[in-house]
Design a binder for this molecule. Structure first.
Ligand code: PHE
Length: 475
């Protein structure tokens, strides 16, 4: 089946940068370093890598292969390969990106706001450095019009990029954005590790500590599994969609390995950039994860840096905005490709610009809820309010519960069972071997074993772990 009008990546590097861009996001910067430090340091990294190599690798490879084999949107691809169950996981893999966008865009908007605040400080217009990080953050969350405006700006940036198409839009942006992100990360690392007292942060992150492993091995395993799964953007339709635009010439195994290695590398680098500074200048009791790390602790760090602070502030929030935007465009593209391919199957030629505009508009509507809620600061009604469960703490938590908590792990669980037991790993092998690539012997045996046994068991464990988290009282 050829779909020439769909477009294709201009090069394997372009595909790779875009896929790494989709994987590298807020999760790498605000969750990984702290999870690593809190769950055994270097030992956690080893467990993370084992899970990534066994579960992450086989699910990513299957998604890439299914996408490229059918060459259509995630729904059509799963339907074509997996029949009726494919329809179910196809819809799940579109529901999740849509819901994740509701908060990803708001958080992206916050990053843009912080960039502007630091810029105003630099040119002497405003004085964020005169307020505590906690105060500035609270001021931003409760300023609803401004939050809406910056969310809109973030979505508008996504719109402008995706409108250009796969090669001229997404690939072109990532080809500049991802190397820039990497470079900025290196600059921030150099500043961070040369601060007096930085060693404490590095020790927190890297010291092997087997106590958490001994005391709560299952807890560490599910923390690492959940993080790996979210960080690699699995079960989101992203890898299927991006894979559907990849040439048969390219090696899927090599690409899957490179995406996983790069994503992990950036997560570890983000830790080296963030934690030493948070420990050196963030003050006692500084928050070390989530939005509070990003917008309170780190802004306190920039405030404490003196005259160079705002400059590093701009650089850092630009870096995080880039990480967020390259993920957000992947999420939007899943939906855009769905509408384009649906039109194509019906014999029309979909108008990309118009479809991107409509998807972005729909995203703006749901994002408005999350922006107005301001992480629960503005007294908005939230589903399951009053139950005290953590899924009802904020609109963000609620959207995250449906997507990351249920739809993603459930979709991946069913997908691994389908590939392992119903359609069989041979189909994936066939696609991986297109145009003479090798996928036989030990590597294929490893793949079959993991997709049949390790991935379903792991996904079930992650699904249960996520549900337990969301159903425990917020604290
Ligand atoms: N992988 C992204 C991160 O680590 C999160 C994400 C998940 C983005 C799913 C898009 C889709 O932040």
């Amino acid at each position: 089946m050829e779909h020439h009008h769909r477009g294709q990546w201009g090069s394997n590097l372009g595909f790779l940068l875009a896929t790494v861009g989709a994987a590298v996001g807020l999760g790498n910067i605000w969750a990984f370093p702290n999870k690593m430090g809190g769950n055994g340091g270097f030992a956690f990294l080893v467990i993370y890598l084992i899970l990534a190599a066994t579960i992450g690798f086989v699910i990513m490879l299957s998604e890439l292969a299914i996408g490229r084999r059918v060459g259509r949107s995630v729904l059509l691809s799963y339907q074509s390969v997996c029949g009726r169950w494919g329809t179910f996981i196809g819809w799940l893999a579109m529901l999740s990106p849509f819901l994740i966008l509701s908060f990803y865009t708001v958080l992206g908007g916050y990053c843009l706001q912080y960039m502007v605040l630091n810029f105003s400080e630099l040119i002497g217009v405003s004085r964020i450095s005169h307020l505590s990080g906690a105060q500035s953050f609270h001021d931003m969350l409760t300023n609803q019009p401004l939050s809406l405006l910056f969310t809109l700006l973030f979505i508008a940036a996504c719109y402008l990029i995706i409108r250009g198409g796969i090669k001229e839009g997404i690939e072109r942006f990532n080809k500049v954005g991802m190397p820039a992100l990497f470079l900025m990360l290196v600059v921030v690392i150099i500043r961070s590790v040369t601060l007096p007292g930085a060693g404490q942060g590095l020790r927190f992150m890297f010291t092997p500590n087997f106590t958490p492993l001994r005391e709560n091995f299952v807890g560490v395993l599910s923390a690492a599994g959940g993080q790996m799964f979210f960080s690699l953007s699995l079960a989101m339709g992203i890898t299927v969609t991006y894979g559907s635009y990849l040439s048969k010439k390219e090696s899927l195994v090599k690409n899957a390995v490179l995406v996983i290695v790069s994503d992990t590398l950036v997560a570890v680098m983000a830790g080296i950039a963030v934690l030493p500074a948070a420990f050196a200048l963030g003050g006692a009791g500084a928050e070390l994860s989530g939005p509070k790390l990003l917008f309170i602790t780190l802004q306190d760090v920039f405030n404490a840096m003196g005259s160079l602070g705002p400059l590093f502030g701009i650089l850092f929030y630009l870096l995080v905005s880039l990480a967020a935007i390259t993920s957000a465009i992947a999420l939007v593209e899943v939906l855009v490709t769905f509408f384009l391919d649906r039109a194509a199957v019906r014999g029309h030629y979909g108008n990309r610009g118009k479809i991107v505009g409509l998807v972005c508009l729909a995203v703006m509507v749901e994002s408005a809820l999350v922006a107005l809620d301001g992480l629960g600061s503005n007294g908005l009604w939230i589903p399951f309010q009053g139950t005290g469960l953590s899924l009802s703490a904020t609109w963000l938590d609620f959207m995250d519960f449906i997507s990351e908590g249920v739809a993603m792990p459930l979709g991946a669980l069913i997908m691994s069972i389908l590939v392992g037991w119903v359609i069989g790993p041979k189909l994936i092998q066939e696609e991986v071997c297109a145009q003479g690539h090798r996928f036989q012997g030990g590597l294929y045996a490893f793949f079959s074993f993991c997709i049949r046994f390790v991935a379903p068991a792991g996904m079930l464990m992650i699904l249960i772990g996520q549900l337990v988290t969301f159903f425990t009282p917020a604290g």
